[in-house]
Design a protein around this ligand. Structure first.
Ligand SMILES: CC(C)(COP(=O)(O)OP(=O)(O)OC[C@H]1O[C@@H](n2cnc3c(N)ncnc32)[C@H](O)[C@@H]1OP(=O)(O)O)[C@@H](O)C(=O)NCCC(=O)NCCS
Length: 166
């Protein structure tokens, strides 16, 4: 299947909302929140589109005026498209988009129990920065991770950050 990465538009709202429902098991954005993200000036959303126009993934970046630091605010791949490298491809495109907006340090928060996302971020060169206890509504902790854009990716997954936290 061929995949196209492009900037999201307001027309993607319904499809993004459907994707959000199936991609996340908790902490989902509402349609209203997604609308806000799509239409706010200081954010950028990229979508991955399959050859029949179906949305296979998306990621949203937040920017702050006057700041070289950006935030990966949401990022997911449709369950049927996981494990094929799309997450990595989308993340690479998001880093490029952030760099084009002047971001030098890209941060994110990730559930401490999300091993797939944690290892993807680590392999992509994100470093653990802070630990937030009980960050999510179900009590799960979060890691804040940061990458200096342009820094090399790691080829070793290394020690599990979840175990290190314990
Ligand atoms: C995290 C997520 C975006 C990864 O997307 P993906 O398309 O599966 O990612 P990729 O196919 O590029 O795989 C990335 C790495 O994870 C590994 N991986 C993917 N699925 C895996 C699984 N179920 N178990 C173990 N490893 C897995 C891949 O082998 C790959 O490793 P590699 O780079 O060494 O080959 C996806 O799992 C997802 O949408 N999860 C739910 C939402 C979420 O957690 N978002 C992140 C919020 S911070």
């Amino acid at each position: 299947m061929s995949v196209t990465l492009r900037k999201a538009t307001g027309y993607d709202l319904d499809a993004l909302n459907r994707l959000e429902q199936v991609a996340f098991s908790s902490e989902r954005f509402s349609r209203r929140q997604l609308w806000h993200l799509l239409n706010r000036a200081n954010a950028e959303t990229l979508v991955a589109e399959g050859d029949e126009g179906q949305l296979l993934g998306y990621g949203t970046l937040l920017f702050r005026f006057g700041s070289r630091r950006g935030r990966l605010y949401s990022f997911c791949v449709h369950p049927t498209a996981r494990g094929t490298g799309l997450g990595r491809q989308l993340l690479e495109a998001l880093e490029v988009a952030a760099g084009e907006r002047g971001v030098e340090r890209l941060g994110l928060e990730v559930r401490a129990d999300n091993r797939v996302a944690l290892s993807l971020y680590r392999r992509m060169g994100f470093r653990l920065e802070s630990w937030f206890e009980a960050y999510y509504s179900d009590g799960c902790a979060a890691w804040q991770m940061v990458k200096t854009l342009g820094s090399p990716v790691s080829d070793a997954a290394g020690e599990s950050p979840v175990e290190r936290a314990g």
